[in-house]
Design a protein around this ligand. Sequence first.
Ligand SMILES: Nc1ncnc2c1ncn2[C@@H]1O[C@H](COP(=O)(O)OP(=O)(O)OP(=O)(O)O)[C@@H](O)[C@H]1O
Length: 257
Amino acid sequence: MTEQTNKSIKIEVNQLDFFYDQKQALNKISLEIPEQEVFALIGPSGCGKSTFLRTLNRLNDLIHKTSLKGKIKIDGDDIYHSSIDVVQLRKSVGMVFQKPNPFPFSIYDNVAYGPRANGIKKREQLNAIVEKCLRQAALWDEVKDRLDDSGTSLSGGQQQRLCIARVMAVEPDIILMDEPTSALDPLATLKVEELIHELKQNYTIVIVTHNMEQAARVSDKTAFFLDGVVVEVGETDQIFTNPKMKETEDYITGKFG
Ligand SMILES: Nc1ncnc2c1ncn2[C@@H]1O[C@H](COP(=O)(O)OP(=O)(O)OP(=O)(O)O)[C@@H](O)[C@H]1O
C-alpha cells in the first residue's frame, strides 16, 4: 500500500497508440509511473495489458508488423528515439514472465549468465553477485547447498524466484512482471508477493495481474484497462474501495471479465 505520494516519475507515457498490423491494441494511453512503487495493470483478457507492458522494454519490436505512436520516457529519455540502445534498455528494464523460464543450466549459471555476458569473469565476483541476487530473491537459503543443480529441478515457485534473481543480476532499474504468479500455488504466490514488496525499495515494478486480491495486496497504484484504453488510474486503495468509473467497479466486483 502507498506510503508516500511525492515520488519522482520513473516512466512517463504520453498518448501511446499501438498497432498489430492494422489492429489497434492500445489507444491514447497516458500514464505516469512513480519510481520505487508497484504499479498494477488490471483488466479483462485481451484489453492490452501485456502489450502495454512489452512497450516499456520494446519487446514488441520483435513482433512483425507492429507500430507505435506517442511517447514513452524513462528517466526523461524517449525510449523509442533512434539514439536508444535497445540492448541496454532491456538490461535496465528487466522482465519476469508468466511461466517460470529458467535456462537449462545450473542454478548458479542461471544467475551468473547476465553478468558473464556483461564481461564479468572473476569467480569471486560472480560468486558474490549470485549470492546477493539469490538472497534478494529470497531463495538463497533454499538453494545454497545445491547451486550446481539444474534450475529446472526447482519447484515452480522456486523457479520463478530464480528468474527474478536472474533479472536482478543485470542490475535493472525497472522490473516488468507479466502475471508472475499465475502458474504458482498459493504458498509460492505468497512468497513472490512478499518478494515484490521487498523489491520496491530498490526497483520500480510494473505488474500485470488477473488476481484482484493480489493487485490490492502488492500495488501502490493501479490502472484499469479496457479495450486498449485506460479507463481509470489511481491509488490502489481508491480504485478498489471507491472507483470513480462504473466499468472499474463492475470489473473489480466480478460483474465481467
Ligand atoms: N502477437 C500478436 N499479434 C497480433 N495481435 C496480438 C498479438 N498479441 C496480442 N494481440 C492482440 O492485442 C490485443 C491485446 O492483447 P494483450 O495480450 O495485450 O491483452 P492482455 O490484456 O494482456 O490479455 P490477457 O489478460 O489475456 O493476457 C488482443 O486483441 C490480442 O488478440
